[in-house]
Design a protein around this ligand. Structure first.
Ligand code: NDP
Length: 399
């Protein structure tokens, strides 16, 4: 039925490709293309029992001309971008030039400025609309499922949502003193940036990891959760009408924070190039090379993730509190697709977004964040595709 080009062959791509292959009635053909072709081949070779035809190619996704050539040759209906946020715009440009739909899991970030913002991708809205093409932005878990959860809460349980707290807990242990669960460079840029949340029509800025709350997560236990700026805050503050405050918290162990502090204090998280024997190197790039590859954490990680959103608002003038969350088991993910839960919880929603687009359920010309689509078919798919959700109408609130 659908032909897709998947770009990137890292931890998340491994899950997207395998989950697409498990839905071969929708994904008839996949071209998996990335910078290092051998990584594409390694993923392809693990898929032995699917009707989906999978081929691989090398591509530099920073190069729009190269992308256009590849797309014209393969003629996909959709490009799933699970490379890095730096490639978002070059891939969107190539999609426009070749009349192909687009989906990603992280918003554009310039390589030399650690700052992510939707303005660059939202600026493509009119061009996608005119071309009759759909671009789905941020279709992982957070962003992604957190936006779908918000649309679902709004549609079924609230007249107005006033407060949203997004809570991302990882109770997994991989045995390393320090490792990141997805691309180390992107992950560390996010965590070492200032915190930010939306309150009363304003962005409130905090120092990195300045605000901490303890929360008792179901099946994960008590964890310290730190307030971070996260990209879905920007779109939800715009798309959920009447919102008064929205915050994002992620859990980190004391061991992780101690390592991060040391790395920051010695300058290892900096993206400012330094010259070593005539070669300019970003310390963060070097650090990424010495840290464990997130894709290698799969067989080692034990424990569960619990990611969800607590909503407070009103329905028929009565106050309502509502918590929607997913619990995911690292080892179960590994048994199913050879990955830990962070890549799994990102890759499954990306496959679902692509499936709904190909089926025509999430097709509307323009550039959209996930909360701008009907959440119901996506929520059904989450239950069927390995990320079942739970709800709680009397949650403990975050102070
Ligand atoms: P990885 O670093 O494991 O994989 C990235 C892949 O992209 C690698 O295969 C890399 O190639 C490839 N790549 C990088 N640059 C280029 C380029 N110029 N041309 C072609 N290929 C390129 O990252 P993850 O799989 O962990 O993350 C993938 C994406 O998912 C990221 O954008 C990340 O921010 C996002 N994400 C989203 C989440 C969400 O919930 N929304 C959560 C976690 C991640 P090579 O193998 O040669 O290095």
């Amino acid at each position: 039925m659908g032909k897709v080009l998947i770009i990137g062959a890292g931890g998340v791509s491994n899950v997207v490709v395998k989950k697409c292959a498990m839905n071969s009635h929708v994904f008839s053909e996949i071209l998996l293309a990335s910078r290092t072709k051998s990584k594409c081949d390694a993923i392809k070779n693990q898929i032995t029992d699917s009707k989906t035809i999978i081929t691989t190619a090398a591509i530099d996704a920073d190069n729009t001309g190269e992308l256009i050539k590849l797309i014209k040759k393969f003629k996909p209906e959709l490009v799933i971008n699970v490379a890095l946020p730096y490639q978002d715009l070059s891939i969107m440009d190539a999609c426009l030039a070749t009349n192909v739909h687009y989906l990603d899991t992280a918003n554009y970030e310039p390589k030399d400025i650690p700052k992510f913002e939707y303005k660059w991708q939202w600026a493509y809205k009119e061009r996608f609309k005119k071309a009759g093409l759909t671009a789905i932005l941020g279709c992982g878990f957070d962003p992604g499922v957190t936006g779908v959860f918000s649309a679902y809460a709004m549609k079924h349980y609230f007249d107005e949502i006033h407060y949203i707290d997004i809570l991302d807990a990882n109770g997994g242990d991989h045995g390393y003193p320090f490792a990141t669960n997805f691309n180390p460079e992107i992950n560390i840029r996010e965590i070492t940036a200032n915190g930010r949340y939306w309150e009363n029509e304003n962005w409130i800025e905090t120092k990195p990891l300045e605000i901490k709350r303890e929360y008792n997560f179901k099946e994960v236990g008590k964890k310290d959760a730190y307030l971070l700026y996260h990209e879905e805050l920007e779109s939800l503050a715009k798309n959920i009408k009447g919102i008064k405050r929205i915050r994002f918290f992620m859990t980190f162990s004391q061991k992780y924070i101690t390592h991060l502090n040391v790395l920051q204090n010695v300058g290892m998280t900096s993206i400012k190039p330094i010259n070593i024997n005539g070669v300019n190197i970003q310390p963060l790039h070097f650090l990424q090379k010495v840290l464990p590859d997130p894709a290698s954490l799969g067989p080692l990680t034990k424990g569960k993730t619990n990611i969800g959103c607590i909503y407070q608002g009103i329905k028929d003038n009565k106050p309502v509190n509502y918590y929607l969350y997913n619990i995911c088991d690292h080892q179960q993910c590994y048994r199913e697709v050879g990955s830990q839960a962070i890549s799994y919880t990102t890759g499954v929603p990306a496959m679902i977004g692509a499936k709904l687009l190909i089926e025509g359920k999430w097709k509307k010309p323009g550039v959209y964040n996930v909360e701008e689509f009907d959440p119901d078919p996506f929520m059904d798919e989450l239950n069927k595709q390995g990320l079942p959700w739970n709800e709680d109408f009397s949650p403990v609130l975050v102070k």
